[in-house]
Write a protein of this length. Structure first.
Length: 566
């Protein structure tokens, strides 16, 4: 049994051994390896004496309609006493691919061979120095986040063998598909609610171990994140007025509009939220393309454009309003440019002036659909048909094709920009300063962190938002029902492809705390985890935080679920 192999080890040795074993098993996102990794995790847990005695406390949940037969893994430890308070330990079990390893693909999951290779790697002094030190473990998933799973598995063993030290309950959860569509955590929402109802438990917080990393050269701070940023994918469908290139000045090129919009949004730090002390990222362009499949001398008919847009405290409605204004400004500039160019062209050629309009309309999808309804057009039916006809396309392109079909039905074929949202969408999850519950949570965690700082000499800093995308986003919801409805109205085909169970998430309302493993180069072939902190200090920090939470919370503390107002 696996327990026999690790039970005699010191906790840090145990975590290192578990990490090495987890890294050695490929669980690249979108492969059957994710299911294999889940099975391995289950085998580890089932080998623990507590779960040998209570096998029903370990179970799996299949991801519905999943082509790779992936699953969530759960394990439950009932602590001492009759407390209903429960802390969740969660981590994702998938990794990104290994294409970046190039000729080293064969050893991408072999920590020892990679350490040996990088020890003589003369092209990066920092990597070589870390490899020679023996204090870093290399390999795909070493920091993101097989070591995080290992820390949770070790602490699960600790509390299962010391239940008298656990003044409440512990729920372990490992999820697939964090690196793509978050299918694992989304499926788990129903399971968490089922467990909450059947066992009559109260979730205090979910502790994630997703990796933390230096934010600048020489940074050795250990960051504690008390929330997770959200993400939107704002999209722009742009139609112009196509012409032959011999008459180019009479046209409205959608690519020109697209470029004007991109220049105002991409990496525009002024569009990013300003939150004191937080690493807040600006929107960035992920896709920009004019829709011509082959060469000809006609200008483009339409253009597609979308952006990665992190949200911290803003809502989707606020972002839609903001980007609508940006698009309107870009269209005004485009109109002025085209009009000026055309007037200059007439001066140079002495040609008579034609009656041409340079107007470009801007709509949100909600506004555009209302316009079509006023003309007797059924936009919902059109979108449904478009989605069915384009099932072979990936989700974002299905959304664009649905908008395009709407535009074809519009009697007004003038130039226009239609803004909408497409997947993925991640809510933001953060502690609110005015919440009694959240204030208590912040205070309790700080006590545990301060205690660890004094005994270890580590420097900890609290941040409000984990700076990367994380599954913890889906455990709570801050938007009101009206704000959610506004988002859905601007998301084509939500009834067919929307996967966010908003009502069920609102029932959970679980704060997300990230106490991450420490490392460098996540998602890079030089990915590595720092063993002294991750294997020695972090496990004790999480144990102390868990106990502090369970001791400090009482059921009379305000942990009531929100009533639809976030």
């Amino acid at each position: 049994m696996l327990y026999t192999k690790i039970s005699h080890m010191m906790p840090a040795e145990r975590i290192e051994a578990l990490t090495k074993s987890l890294v050695s098993l490929s669980s690249v996102n979108g492969t059957i390896g994710e299911g294999t990794k889940a099975d391995f995790i289950k085998d580890v847990i089932m080998s623990y004496p507590y779960f040998q005695e209570h096998p029903c406390h370990v179970w799996e949940q299949a991801i519905p309609n999943d082509p790779y037969n992936r699953k969530n893994m759960f394990a439950f430890v009932k602590g001492s006493g009759e407390s209903r308070n429960t802390v969740i330990y969660h981590a994702h079990l998938d990794t990104v691919g290994i294409e970046d390893f190039g000729p080293l693909k064969d050893i991408a999951f072999d920590s020892e061979k990679l350490a040996e290779y990088f020890s003589s790697y003369a092209f990066d002094d920092d990597v070589q120095r870390d490899a020679k030190s023996g204090e870093w473990m290399f390999g795909r998933g070493s920091v993101d986040m097989q070591s995080g799973i290992a820390v949770h598995l070790s602490n699960l063993l600790h509390f299962s063998e010391n239940r008298e030290a656990l003044p409440g309950n512990l729920l372990f959860m490992a999820n697939p598909d964090e690196e793509s569509q978050h299918a694992g955590i989304l499926a788990s929402i129903s399971e968490l609610n089922r467990l909450k109802k059947e066992k009559q438990i109260q979730y205090l917080a979910a502790i994630n171990t997703d990796f933390i990393t230096p934010l600048y050269d020489g940074d050795s701070t250990r960051y504690i994140y008390t929330g997770a940023a959200g993400k939107l994918l704002p999209c722009f469908y742009i139609s112009g007025r196509e012409v032959h290139v011999g008459d180019t000045l009479a046209g409205i090129d959608p690519n020109l509009i697209s470029s004007e919009i991109t220049s105002r949004i991409h990496n525009n730090i002024h569009l990013a939220e300003k939150i004191e002390g937080e690493l807040v990222l600006p929107p960035s362009c992920l896709y920009q393309r004019g829709n011509k499949e082959s060469y000809n001398v006609q200008t483009a008919v339409s253009s597609y454009l979308y952006f990665n847009y992190f949200i911290y405290e803003k809502t989707a409605k606020e972002v839609m309003d903001q980007l609508t204004q940006v698009a309107e400004e870009a269209c005004r500039i485009t109109k002025r440019k085209l009009s000026d160019y055309y007037e200059e062209y007439l001066k140079r050629t002495n040609l008579p002036k034609r009656h041409l309009s340079w107007d470009i309309q801007v709509f949100s999808l909600d506004q555009y659909m209302e316009k079509l309804r006023s003309r007797g057009i059924d936009p919902e039916q059109c979108i449904e048909q478009a989605f069915k006809a384009n099932e072979h396309l990936e989700l974002r392109m299905r959304c664009f094709h649905a908008i395009e079909e709407l535009q074809k039905l519009d009697p007004d074929q003038g130039a226009k920009v239609i803004l909408f949202y497409a997947p993925p969408y991640l809510p933001h999850n953060y502690l609110k300063e005015e919440s009694t519950r959240d204030q208590l949570l912040q205070h309790v965690i700080k006590e545990a962190v301060d205690k660890t700082a004094k005994t270890t000499g580590e420097t900890f800093v609290f941040k409000k938002f984990f700076p990367y995308l994380a599954d913890g986003s889906f455990l709570s919801l801050h938007e009101t029902d009206d704000e959610i409805d506004s988002f859905i109205r601007n998301f084509p085909g939500w009834e067919m492809i929307g996967t966010i169970p908003f009502k069920d998430i609102r029932k959970l309302n679980i704060p997300s705390i990230n106490m991450g493993v420490y490392g460098k180069a996540g998602h890079k072939w030089t990915e590595r985890v720092y063993k002294p902190y991750t294997f020695h200090i972090l496990p004790d920090l999480i144990q102390q935080t868990t106990v502090h939470l369970l001791q400090s919370y009482r059921m009379n503390i305000s942990t009531k679920e929100p009533k639809g107002e976030g």
